[in-house]
Design a protein around this ligand. Structure first.
Ligand SMILES: [Zn+2]
Length: 509
């Protein structure tokens, strides 16, 4: 007889529900899975209060003491974006996630799947290099590399031998008495970034086929997914034999269940981790999952070996930031309400962080008619809460750049606003706006300063130089208008760089 046993932890920090039948048989096998997802920063955030991979390393060590059957997994998104990742090493190679790989190696990460941000790396050979440098293993069932017109798996050097990244990995845990359980992790990622070197296979079919194939090869099959919660739920429904989905991509912690399947996601940047304590009852072939969300904060000591790697990178990056004229640790404001810069949100709706950025533009260049910033200039893919440092501003605006005043005819202004709302919605070319409506009014009119746009009039619009040069998607027509790009801006003669402008504005709040 086949019995399934589950325990479920919901949104609360403690268990919220429990459904256990008494096991009938011999010695159960217990193991722990420590889950992180969507981690872009190796250091603690919120002025040192929250997150930090050296603290996560301590949690893993404690779990190992509790039960040697402990592994740590990452459900995608870590090589990009980050301010550190945009810098270059002394030999000219982009850092592009190396800081993350080295820290995760030190932390003792065991397994990872790809997130969409791994494919932000434009150069597939550099992505391959970062994979080879990883001491943890990758699994993903639905991604192939396109190379010279051929589709083939990405590869990873394992013990010096280059191997295709597999659709699953099996980890065998043993009980003290020598009983074994084979746990398969199946990685899967949502098709998102359309790099020419990446080919995505359909999420649900590929995952289901992989699960089918594993029957008989594994006792427990666990999804390691980087999907939207809707996709996770659909997969859970399609594969009821999978008791646990360790998910990412959504940046806020959540615990859902579909029938008896657990879907768990922790907060981005290791502000929380999920700990899954799993018991396998061999004769009943039953699984019990107990999932607990744990907050990572300054109450947890740093693991010294991981901290050493973090500090090496911090010293390197902070000294580069200082050479650029910034004081990375300097607190510039306190965000009582979190500043919203999660990618999917800031690329489709007006947010308070977008408003703050455009208000900073207005303080730097008063008297324009409209202010906008392309949301793709804001790369944080997270929220800022509590103490905001200069480093937080650098990691929001890793590319920096000037803002400029453009003289724009009304018809082009209207076109740009429409494109932002339609073709560019969901993309980096969606504008965060000040003084202009992001959508037409009930009569279909586009309003600036509360008035319909006069197509015959020329408007003054302040925007990043990148946009004014016509480099934003679908907005190349903006490149043909004259603009003014001073070296210094505002009463206090701030250096004309988005980051300096926003730091100066935050300080004055
Ligand atoms: Zn993602």
């Amino acid at each position: 007889m086949k019995i399934r046993l589950w325990l479920w932890a919901g949104l609360l920090l403690s268990l919220s529900a429990c459904r256990v039948h008494q096991p009938t048989a011999e010695e159960p096998i217990t193991f722990n899975i420590l889950q992180i997802n969507d981690v872009y920063e190796i250091s603690p955030l919120e002025g040192g209060k929250s997150g930090g991979l050296a603290r996560v390393a301590t949690v893993k060590r404690e779990l190992l003491r509790e039960n040697p059957n402990t592994i740590a997994v990452l459900a995608g998104d870590f090589l990009s974006p980050s301010f550190i990742g945009t810098l270059k090493m002394d030999d000219g190679e982009p850092i592009a996630g190396l800081q993350m790989v080295e820290t995760l190696n030190a932390m003792g990460l065991d397994y990872a799947t790809f997130g969409n941000h791994e494919f932000d790396l434009r150069n597939p050979d550099l992505l391959q290099k970062r994979i080879h440098q990883s001491q943890f293993r990758y699994t993903c069932c639905n991604v192939l590399r396109v190379k010279n017109g051929q589709e083939q798996p990405f590869t990873q050097l394992v013990n010096g031998i280059e191997q295709p990244i597999p659709d699953h990995l099996i980890h065998t845990f043993s009980s003290p008495g020598g009983q074994q359980v084979r746990v398969a992790l199946v990685g899967v990622v949502l098709p998102f970034n359309k790099q020419p070197y990446v080919k995505y296979l359909p999420v649900e079919t590929t995952f289901r086929q992989t699960v089918q194939k594993l029957k008989g090869q594994a006792d427990i099959i666990i999804g390691l997914t980087h999907l939207t919660i809707a996709q996770d739920m659909a997969l859970a429904e399609a594969t009821p034999e999978v008791p646990l989905f360790i998910g990412g991509h959504d940046h806020n912690h959540m615990g859902h269940y579909v029938e008896q399947t657990v879907i768990a996601k922790a907060d981005a940047n290791a502000k929380t981790v999920y700990i899954h304590r799993i018991t396998w009852y061999p004769s009943a072939r039953a699984t019990r999952v107990r999932s607990t969300l744990k907050v990572i904060d300054d109450q947890i000591a740093d693991d010294p070996a991981t901290l050493a790697v973090v500090q090496k990178w911090e010293a390197d990056v902070f000294s580069r930031a200082e050479k650029m004229g910034y004081q990375p640790r300097n607190v510039v404001m306190y965000a009582t309400e979190p500043l919203e810069c999660t990618e999917t949100i800031i690329r489709s709706t007006q947010t308070n962080y977008g408003r703050l950025a455009t208000e900073a533009f207005r303080a730097a260049m008063p008297d324009a008619d409209v202010y906008w910033i392309n949301s793709g200039a804001m790369r944080l893919d997270d929220r800022l809460a509590g103490a905001v440092t200069e480093f937080d501003v650098l990691r929001t605006f890793p590319y920096g750049g000037k803002i400029v005043k453009v003289q724009l005819p009304g018809n082009f202004l209207e076109d740009a606003l429409r494109i932002s709302m339609t073709q560019n919605r969901g993309e980096g070319g969606y504008f965060q706006l000040l003084n202009a409506a992001s959508e037409p009014d009930a009569q279909g009119r586009w309003l600036v300063g509360g008035q319909p746009i006069d197509k015959a009039r020329v408007y003054t619009v302040v925007m990043p130089l990148f946009v004014a040069e016509g480099k934003e998607a679908n907005l190349s027509m903006l490149g043909k208008f004259p603009y003014d790009a001073p070296e210094k801006v505002g009463d206090r003669q701030v250096r004309n760089d988005v980051r300096d402008i926003i730091i100066a504005y935050m300080k004055g709040l």
